[in-house]
Design a protein around this ligand. Structure first.
Ligand code: AMP
Ligand code: ZN
Length: 457
């Protein structure tokens, strides 16, 4: 069956045909490791994981690459300001190398908790300085660069279709631009190599044909994707914010050096919004996966929540929605485990399921199908066999989930008993207060004909 994917280069759904027979190349822009990932970032990696699983579901072998940005991403997302790593290092009181290691480990841990499959290749920008220098030399040789007092820049006016991915109208930018150009020739030009400032000792710097310094942010993805996937491969992903700058610049670099627009499909995960704004690392006010764990929320409930929204729509985060996702997931797990083994996959449901996921990853619809199937005439054993199969894409780990005997801490037991006593005395205000205290500890009490049952929220 055909897979249709939405390609942001052509801005339409296109049937996916691999460029090679043996593997599909998938490159996903990774984190800048100056801080923890927030759950918005993680939504993008979840979308990419679903994409990979869908390709595998259809029989493809995927060569999945995620990079780690540990140098060169400047605070402004442009070419000014401090390197995020150097700034993060000062804030944490550790070296830039130490924070890179620490936040990379934390990131991998988050992916693991969310059942995101390990990529075939992890690659760090600082391990590929020579490849980046070679790539810049190639761009320079082809005549696309110029030098300023602070670095080597890409001259975007040399490419007629610069910014096509974002449908950037360069003339409009020029006319309406109030951007302080400094020594840049065009507002959209960007740094390929930056020189170490004279007045500052950088922790991360290297020699190059142009002088001591460090690579710009965009070149690492062109250089590493070319190394691991060749300069023309199947699918490149990232968050929607990358369309206008980072990915437009990656494409410009590849066109200048290799004459390719890098990837056949450009796919983007749309943002997680919180309280009407986007969640961002620089605002300093963001939710980590650990924040959810601290509130007794299972990381896979967050995965479930993300499955309920299509990757091409922005998703509004709320704790209420997350709580409902946790309840639904728990119901699914318990139902699944109560069913007997030994059934067979329903071909009718499998066909519908495949049609949904192959229609630009319509996982929300595929998940709704599961709930429809639950209510259907299918035997419980066949339902179990079918869901086990579908979980290869959902990644909820249903088969490996083990019901846990609930451990009730003494403090919770005591509060629940006090609440029962308050109810018996018809002291409803006190009973409500105690219920809220139990909630804060992650528990709730169900009252059943005079007795009570303590449950995890
Ligand atoms: P960063 O570590 O900031 O470079 O971002 C890592 C990935 O998360 C990139 O693909 C971003 O586009 C993506 N991203 C950033 N903010 C959000 C958000 N609020 N929702 C979804 N994805 C995001
Ligand atoms: Zn990138």
């Amino acid at each position: 069956m055909d897979i249709q994917l939405y390609d942001n280069w052509e801005r339409r759904l296109r049937p996916f045909t691999p460029l090679r027979n043996d593997w599909v190349g998938l490159y996903c822009c990774g984190p800048t490791v100056y801080d923890y990932a927030h759950i918005g970032n993680l939504r993008t990696y979840l979308f990419e994981d679903i994409l990979r699983r869908t390709l595998e579901w259809n029989g493809h072998t995927v060569r999945h690459v995620i990079n780690i940005t540990d140098v060169g991403h400047l605070v402004s997302d442009g070419d000014d300001g401090e390197d995020k790593m150097e700034k993060g290092s000062r804030k944490a009181g550790e070296s830039a190398w130490q924070i890179a290691d620490r936040f990379t480990a934390a990131f991998k841990n988050d992916l693991n908790s969310l059942n995101i499959l390990e990529p075939a290749i992890w690659c760090k920008a600082t391990d590929h300085i020579a490849e980046q220098i070679d790539f810049i030399s190639c761009i320079e040789k082809n005549g696309y660069t110029y030098r300023t007092s602070d670095g080597i820049y890409f001259d975007t006016s040399k490419q007629d279709d610069y910014g096509y991915l974002a449908r950037i109208k360069r003339d409009a930018i020029k006319a309406g631009s109030r951007v302080e150009l400094g020594e840049k020739r065009n507002a959209t030009d960007f740094a390929l190599w930056k020189f170490s400032p004279d007045n500052e000792q950088r922790q991360m710097e290297w020699d190059s044909p142009w002088g001591r310094g460090f690579p710009g942010w965009h070149i690492e993805c062109s250089a590493m994707s070319a190394k691991y996937l060749t300069p023309w491969f199947d699918i490149h992903c990232g968050g929607e914010d990358h369309i206008s700058i980072h990915h437009s610049n990656e494409i410009a670099q590849n066109q200048a050096c290799h004459g390719t627009r890098l990837a056949n499909f450009w796919m983007h995960g749309y943002f997680l919004q919180i309280d009407s704004g986007k969640m961002s690392k620089s605002s300093g006010d963001f939710l980590r996966l650990q924040t959810l764990l601290d509130q007794h929320i299972d990381p896979l409930a967050y995965r479930y929540l993300c499955l309920t929204a299509h990757y091409r729509s922005q998703m509004q985060f709320s704790f209420e929605a997350l709580q409902s996702a946790q309840t639904a997931l728990q119901r699914l797990r318990e139902t699944y485990h109560a069913w007997p083994a030994g059934g067979s996959v329903s071909s009718a449901y499998q066909e519908k399921f495949t049609a949904f996921v192959n229609e630009d990853l319509n996982v929300p619809r595929a998940l709704a199908l599961v709930w429809e199937m639950l209510k259907s005439e299918l035997s419980d054993a066949d339902k179990k066999a079918s869901i086990t199969e579908f979980d290869r894409i959902f990644g909820l780990g249903l088969a490996s989930w083990v019901p846990q005997a609930l451990e009730v801490p003494a403090e919770v037991q005591a509060l629940a008993e006090q609440r029962q006593a308050a109810r018996a005395a018809k002291n409803w205000a006190e009973a409500d207060r105690l219920r809220a205290e139990l909630h804060a500890l992650g528990f709730e009490v169900e009252d059943k004909a005079g007795s009570m049952q303590i449950k995890r929220l």
